[in-house]
Design a protein around this ligand. Sequence first.
Ligand SMILES: [Zn+2]
Length: 114
Amino acid sequence: MTSKPFCRWCGKPIAKKTFGHWFNSPLPQSREDAQRRVNGQITKVNRWPSTIDDKQKAGKIFSANTWDGGSYRTVYGFFCSSVCAGHYAENFADLTGEGHPRWQEAIDKAEGRA
Ligand SMILES: [Zn+2]
């Protein structure tokens, strides 16, 4: 995909498709340290709380989400969510009066034409 996609119902950006990456010891201290150890662009880092007793872990980064710079979540097709896809479908059906052939078959059957 070459350009950033937006939801065809609400216009919000489609979420980036990211991957989880877990770090082995020694854990990175900073986002920059973490970035040097992964492929792809870090979108989020997750740290151990700085208050924990284990000084090897306290405040350090245990995982990060990375993005390849071009992939977006496609689970909802052209939409940011199933809710938006549903709204679009309802609006389309209402405006056009159209439906899936299974819908027409069901009506035909109910009305004794099939
Ligand atoms: Zn949406």
